[in-house]
Design a protein around this ligand. Structure first.
Ligand SMILES: [Zn+2]
Length: 428
């Protein structure tokens, strides 16, 4: 908890560690109260509960998470990030002030990894990403350090000596599902397992699982109800940015589609577990964007999903580049392997088909797809759907000591899979 020292200590730490702890404690407390809910944040220290896991949806696939008080981001892109709070109620300063210790990126495309290099440089948070995306993050920071719109702004400016601390997960160009790693990011609270899986891609229509006939519909009232404000990112064609505008986007490549799947299980309490992925490739065909594989590739990933500790909460993408041909088949095939108790969707506000104010129709399409695939009712997870923008900043809270998460298999799997933080995991 290096950022949550008393004020004198915080100032000393700032002097000793330039580039770290940019946010002042009162700002951190305010941002945590805004994002995680006033009732969950200690008003004096900014600390979060030690016996709970909280997720706060920030748009698209992006969540702020507090895991027994350890604050991290799952992705950092924000749909309609503006200079002032608007339809999206947070601004970039809130994201910095939250003071996360880590930023986990599911993959490097802009609709996931925008803002990541900036927040990391501003807070000292460690990025966890593929080797390819770690390289991109360093380049993104280099560009931002040379951008007068950022560096001349007294609040937004970066420490000129700021560096990206990035944990490279899996080697560059590696085959999906061949390197399964145990990460130390949330130790000693949680065992985190990550591996390369498949980014969504269109494959020919699968006759055995017809696609959902439900169309994705954007609520036509939305544009009137929520008029656009000033986008944070300046228009490329504009000669000079409006005050407060700055470009915090990622260049997004090379390797932007190389995707990581993350699994988490708490070491204490009832061993609450959750997984998060922001893309879902064609497991049946073994294909993903940039990976023209074979069914064997898909089978290898399914075997890993099945070998993971039992999943309490599945946070998985409801958007797919395969939507037009195969609906949400691929998401449901991930789910069939994971058998989660609860499903929380993501990737709802930006994507190949999903947009702001389209979530209700994606929900109907997901339900229809479950029926079309004859998923038995008793094998379906409890659905905790999200609707934008009203479910933004509405914390979902899980008590990690609740006996409902207990499962006789968990202890043994922790002993088997979580032996060596920083090492490789062998699933057989
Ligand atoms: Zn993508």
């Amino acid at each position: 908890m290096k950022h949550l020292l008393p004020m004198a200590g915080l100032l000393a730490a700032t002097v000793l560690l330039p580039g770290l702890a940019d946010a002042a404690l009162p700002d951190t407390i305010a941002a945590r109260q805004k994002i995680f809910g006033v009732e969950h944040v200690d008003p004096k220290t900014g600390a979060l509960p030690k016996n709970k896991v909280l997720f706060s949806w920030l748009s698209n696939s992006t969540f702020a998470a507090s895991i027994e008080g350890r604050v991290v981001y799952l992705d950092t892109y924000i749909t309609r990030l503006e200079v002032e709070p608007g339809r999206t109620p947070i601004v970039i300063k809130d994201m910095v002030d939250l003071d996360p210790e880590s930023i986990l990126l599911g993959h490097g495309h802009g609709d996931h990894a925008d803002n990541a290099a900036y927040i990391a440089a501003k807070t000292g948070a460690r990025i966890v990403a593929t080797t390819e995306t770690c390289g991109v993050m360093a380049k993104d920071l280099e560009r931002m350090l040379a951008d007068p719109a950022i560096m001349n702004d007294p609040v937004a400016k970066l420490d000129p000596a700021a560096k990206i601390d990035c944990m490279s997960v899996t080697s560059a160009g590696s085959t999906p599902g061949t390197e399964i790693l145990q990460l130390d990011v949330l130790e000693p609270n949680a065992c985190t397992i990550a591996f390369r899986h498949l980014h969504s891609v269109a494959v020919p229509p699968d006759a055995s699982f017809p696609p959902t006939p439900v169309k994705i519909i954007v609520d036509p009232r939305d544009a009137d109800l929520f008029p656009k404000g000033v986008a944070l990112t300046p228009d490329e064609k504009a000669t000079s940015p409006v005050t407060g505008q700055m470009n915090l986007e990622t260049i997004g490549k090379p390797g932007g589609s190389e995707s990581l799947f993350f699994s988490f299980i708490l070491r204490n309490g009832s061993h609450f577990s959750f997984v998060w992925h922001n893309s879902a490739g064609a497991l049946k065909e073994g294909k993903g964007q940039g990976w023209d594989g074979t069914p064997e590739d898909g089978k290898r990933i399914v075997a890993i999903l099945k070998a993971l500790p039992p999943t309490d909460v599945h946070m998985g993408t409801a958007s797919s580049g395969n939507f037009n041909n195969n609906g949400l088949r691929d998401l449901i095939q991930y789910q069939a392997a994971l058998k989660p108790k609860i499903y929380i969707p993501n990737h709802l506000t930006t994507g190949s088909a999903t947009r702001e104010a389209s979530s209700m129709s994606v929900y109907a399409g997901y339900l229809k797809q479950l029926d079309l695939m004859n998923m038995p009712k008793d094998q379906r997870p409890a659905i905790r759907w999200l609707i934008d923008p009203t479910d933004y900043l509405k914390p979902m809270v899980f008590d990690t000591t609740d006996p409902i998460w207990e499962d006789a298999r968990k202890e043994g799997l922790i002993n088997q899979l979580c032996k060596q933080p920083g090492g490789e995991v062998h699933i057989h």
